[in-house]
Ligand binder design. Structure first.
Ligand code: SF4
Ligand code: SF4
Length: 305
């Protein structure tokens, strides 16, 4: 625990109103989307078996609700006016909806909607229980920082091979698709292997797939550079306790920034709650610019600071 906390500052800024909790509705949204995707997968299995399907999901498929299908089809659509194999027009619509959301609020899809992100987050609860404060702070910064850019390389490779083959090549490596179809012969062993490694790694590192490899997270992360609502820290009330840094699932250094522009922020809003920042209204999710902006914060994997 950091010791240079300014106690007089803390006393002066002590919250007088009820503590602002982490938004409960985020958990509700995550459970809703996880259940929806699970039901869609179940429905697809029922169709294959020729059984009675779930009425309101009659025509839904996992490919049709994946906005990343739209991203990998952009080249094919622009040059030939069609989508990559298995991609539907709904993926294109969802891709644009996700982009519009991201311009306003950042990668909400990553922090609130993506079932694979939620799944890793739920495993993290177990990791935290067994490892305490060491959880999610194990990889040295010198290794962690460059690794965070691997997802852009994955994105470039996926777009290149999808454009050159017109096939949904990413499916064979996609842990999200494998998570909901692990029993199916449609799933390649490579996707199962990546899913297995992601699950095991999540016991030590929060959201390892999102941080290091997810190509869709790479696309949405770029919106953090210019999104309208962002995480802002009020320097005058901050007591430098660094609880925000220690609890950020993406290891972002919030305690030295006035505005978070890190490409890894998933807009989870954890840092805006008083469970993570003890001083009321010091970290906010806002358009307010009077605190000024600092360059992008750096990701860190330091031990306790
Ligand atoms: S900076 Fe805040 S909103 Fe962004 S990932 Fe970290 S805790 Fe979540
Ligand atoms: S912004 Fe971070 S360092 Fe400052 S008081 Fe809040 S939790 Fe502590």
């Amino acid at each position: 625990m950091t010791t240079d906390v300014d106690k007089s500052k803390l006393a002066a800024t002590k919250p007088k109103k009820k503590k602002k909790a982490r938004p409960w509705y985020r958990t509700a949204v995550q459970i809703f989307f996880f259940t929806l995707v699970a039901l869609i997968t179940l429905n697809e299995a029922l169709v294959e078996l020729g059984r009675q399907t779930i009425p309101f999901l009659a025509t839904a498929s996992l490919h049709a609700i994946c906005p990343f299908g739209g991203v990998v089809s952009i080249y094919e659509f622009v040059t030939a006016g069609r989508y990559a194999q298995k991609v539907h027009s709904s993926s294109f619509i969802l891709m644009w909806a996700a982009f519009i959301l991201a311009v306003g609020f950042g990668p909400l899809i990553c922090g609130w909607v993506c079932p694979l992100g939620s799944f890793q987050q739920w495993i993290a609860k177990l990791g935290r229980k067994f490892q305490g404060k060491k959880y999610n702070h194990l990889i040295p910064a010198q290794v962690d920082r460059p690794l965070r850019y691997t997802r852009y390389l994955v994105l470039a490779v996926v777009i290149f091979f999808t454009a050159s083959t017109r096939k949904l090549v990413f499916q064979d490596y996609d842990p999200y698709f494998a998570l909901f179809n692990f029993w199916s012969s449609e799933i390649a062993w490579t996707a199962l292997l990546i899913l297995g490694v992601t699950i095991v790694a999540s016991a030590w590192v929060e959201r390892p797939w999102c941080k290091y490899l997810c190509p869709y997270g790479a696309v949405l992360g770029l919106f953090n550079l210019f999104r309208i609502f962002r995480i802002r820290r009020e320097e005058s009330t901050c007591i430098n306790c660094k609880l925000c840094d220690r609890n950020c699932p993406m290891n972002i250094t919030i305690s030295t920034a006035t505005a978070v522009k890190d490409h890894q922020c998933i807009a989870c809003m954890n840092c805006t709650s008083e469970q993570f920042c003890p001083v009321a209204d010091t970290v906010d999710f806002t358009t307010r610019r009077d605190a000024g902006t600092m360059p992008a914060t750096e990701s860190t994997s330091k031990e306790e600071v």
